[in-house]
Write a protein that binds this ligand. Sequence first.
Ligand code: SF4
Ligand code: SF4
Length: 102
Amino acid sequence: MKEKNWKEIPLGGLILEAGNAEEYETGSWRTYRPIRNEEKCTHCLLCWVYCPDSSIIVEEAKIKEFDYGHCKGCGICSAQCPVNAIEMVEETKFNSKKEGGE
Ligand code: SF4
Ligand code: SF4
């Protein structure tokens, strides 16, 4: 493979193509996992509005599930929920990153 000179290497942190976040499984960064209590949830959708990673899946105006492949575990959904229906649980409590998710 031909070595690149410094002028051919992209600048650090440069995003060459916009709109590619979905391709990266950022869920592996998570240390806390949001768990929704179905009985408490009123489907007000506030968590969906505030989630910075669009990781809350809604179908027919109701929360369906979390997209654990992309949820980074920031906890904003839990902090915004008016009825405390989302608990942030340590990832170490689960057997795998995918358990309870996708
Ligand atoms: S903010 Fe809370 S009550 Fe509203 S949809 Fe989300 S989990 Fe349910
Ligand atoms: S923890 Fe953060 S990224 Fe994950 S669903 Fe809640 S608001 Fe979205």
